[in-house]
Design a protein around this ligand. Structure first.
Ligand code: ADP
Length: 588
């Protein structure tokens, strides 16, 4: 799958073509001076030219502000566009260009699904205590004044990545994620959810940034306004003339500041220590609000690259349980193959990790997931379910031993799969612990014997049968068959059939699955709803659409005759998004 990821700013367009399964982009580029020299549509025509060799599946757009409406990515239609438009007052600098990008992309790629992925979405369910500012509620409601938080795509991505590196479920971890780039923010990721974050109603609050002040006494803003500066001037000062550049010197970023500080420049030394002090303050605060801490995760240009800033932030946190490892810190090298490094000691109770963030890949993953979801919505056709009672498939030789040399199978009734039929002939199964009588033979003859039973049957027989795909009987369990004319001891052939769906190639195309995929199927509407995972897709032109489960599985879902299931998951996305999705499903 190839996703075009667009990050449309007011004057530039960054684009990547991403295969969500891969860490590095297939194509990337940036167009400058968009909006002045050329329209977004003209700019995207250049992107389309560059992308012409790629078969795109969808377009994913980074959208800065999703307000209260979006707690997840959204498939773009007119109503989504209107809702993004409604958030313009909250992000007057960003949402209009994001929208211009969406409109141009819809004109240029009308056949592709377009998905909006919001910087705010990960924080949309911040607890009330964290999102509320202590001002009169009516005023807050009228002006949309609350904490929204930003950089959500990056915080969610690095949290997920860190959990994988720690080999722990994200849902069990309390993390502080620190996105330290030109924009910078901290996030308390508590058991998978953002419960605090340092950017607020706008991206101006919180940490010291490249040119933004971060936290500031609102009284200071009032003082500036009262001093005679107008609103735009104060806006410019706080957003563009403050932060590291404000403290260190115009046009300087952390690299310049570190170089000057090393030469003894006191302004630059102060800039660095204000920056690191602020970050450390938030780490402590979030450990406190979460009631504990399992790991600190650093990312962004500064988090990924500045050895000395990492040291300043992470040193002297031993009281929190973090044992910082300076040797590891100095040897961090992140690239396309190594995207995570540990900078805490092995024995440290709290881990510290540096993770290479990849917002484009996250946007591609989210976009792919939405497209897969849409595929589901477009294909609601239910799947008929058949409960298979225990049965045997036999080769001709074994049949003759059991039923006599001159016996032939007697047709009893046709089965749903073309050419398959149940017969009058029945055998007994004999195991070390017990017997099962009247187990039906299903024709036609096969090249190998196969006996399919349920887990309950296993228990009665006293054997352990492996769960197997039909036909894969090598090394399966032994069983003895007894027929009217003789007894046959099979050294293998006894299995618990893996639940599966038979379908034609046309069905497979309609459900967007392939032979060998494993999917989830939901049984709903009955007395006991159930989702079966690990359902194997089996495709052949000779099949008829039907899901097969055994009697235990049927009983667990209290299935009646004529029951149907619905495909709930097409395996089009990789781990990160799948687990994010699962997380979103958990009730608040
Ligand atoms: P953006 O938020 O624009 O994506 P980045 O994540 O690229 O920004 O971060 C840019 C910041 O990272 C700048 O302050 C830059 O100085 C800093 N940075 C990048 N590389 C280094 C480095 N090797 N040492 C120190 N700081 C660095």
């Amino acid at each position: 799958m190839q996703i075009l990821v667009l990050n449309t700013g007011s004057s530039s367009v960054k684009y990547q073509i991403v295969d969500p399964e891969r860490a590095t982009a297939l194509l990337e580029g940036q167009l400058e001076r968009v909006g002045e020299a050329q329209s977004h549509l003209e700019a995207f025509e250049q992107v389309a030219g560059a992308a012409r060799k790629h078969e795109l599946t969808a377009v994913g757009h980074r959208v800065v502000h999703g307000g209260e409406r979006f707690s997840a990515p959204a498939l773009i239609d007119d109503s989504v566009i209107a809702a993004i438009e409604a958030c313009v007052p909250l992000a007057p600098l960003h949402n209009p260009s994001n929208l211009a990008g969406i409109r141009a992309a819809r004109r240029l790629w009308p056949g592709l699904p377009q998905v909006a992925v919001f910087d705010t979405a990960f924080h949309a369910k911040l607890p009330r205590r964290a999102r509320t500012y202590a001002i009169p509620p009516a005023l807050a409601a009228e002006h949309g004044i609350r904490r929204y938080g930003f950089h959500g795509t990056s915080h969610a991505y690095v949290a997920e990545r860190a959990a994988r590196a720690l080999e722990r479920p994200l849902g069990e971890l309390r993390l502080v994620t620190l996105h330290l780039g030109n924009g910078a923010s901290a996030c308390a990721v508590e058991y998978g959810h953002s419960t605090e974050t340092s950017m607020g109603m706008t991206p101006l609050e919180g940490l010291v940034m490249g040119t933004r002040a971060g936290d500031l006494d609102p009284g200071a803003v009032l003082a500036l306004l009262r001093s005679g500066l107008d609103v735009d001037a104060v806006d410019r000062i706080l957003n563009h003339e403050s932060g590291l550049a404000g403290l260190g010197g115009v046009g300087m970023d952390l690299r310049d500041i570190e170089a000057r500080a090393a030469e003894g420049d006191d302004r630059c030394r102060l800039a660095i220590s204000v920056f690191s002090h602020r970050v450390k303050k938030y780490v402590g605060a979030y450990a406190a609000t979460m009631g504990g801490l399992d790991a600190i995760v650093l990312t962004g240009g500064i988090g990924e690259n500045s050895v000395s800033m990492r040291r300043r932030i992470l040193q002297r946190l031993d009281f929190l349980g973090l044992s910082f490892d300076e040797d590891r810190n100095r040897s961090v090298r992140l690239d396309s193959t190594t995207d995570v490094a540990r900078v805490s000691r092995d024995a440290s109770r709290v881990a510290a990790l540096v993770v290479n963030t990849n917002e484009e890949r996250m946007i591609a993953l989210e976009t792919a997931a939405i497209v897969a979801e849409r595929t589901r919505v477009d294909n609601p056709a239910p799947i008929p379910i058949a409960v298979s009672a225990r049965h045997v498939h036999l080769d001709a030789e074994t049949f003759a031993k059991l039923f006599g040399p001159s016996a032939t199978p007697t047709h009893y009734r046709d089965l749903s799969q073309p050419g398959q039929f149940a017969c009058e002939e029945q055998v007994s199964l004999i195991g070390p612990r017990g017997r099962l009588e009247r187990v039906r033979f299903l024709g036609p003859f096969r090249s190998a014997n196969q006996v399919e039973i349920s887990r309950t049957d296993e228990f009665l027989l006293g054997v352990d049968a492996p769960v197997r795909d039909s036909g894969k009987t090598r090394g399966s369990a032994p069983v003895t068959l007894e027929g009217p004319a003789g007894t046959v001891r099979l050294s293998e052939g006894l299995i618990c059939a893996k639940r599966h769906i038979h379908m034609t190639p046309a069905d497979a195309a309609a459900y967007h699955v392939s032979d060998g995929d494993e999917v989830e199927v939901a049984i709903s509407g009955g007395p006991r709803e159930l989702v079966f995972g690990g359902v194997l897709i089996r495709v052949s032109p000779n099949y008829r659409l039907e899901m097969h489960i055994d009697t235990d599985e049927g009983n667990a879902a209290e299935l009646d005759r004529g029951a149907e299931g619905a495909l709930v998951y097409t395996p089009a996305t990789s781990g990160a998004t799948a687990s994010l999705r699962a997380r979103r499903r958990t009730p608040e």
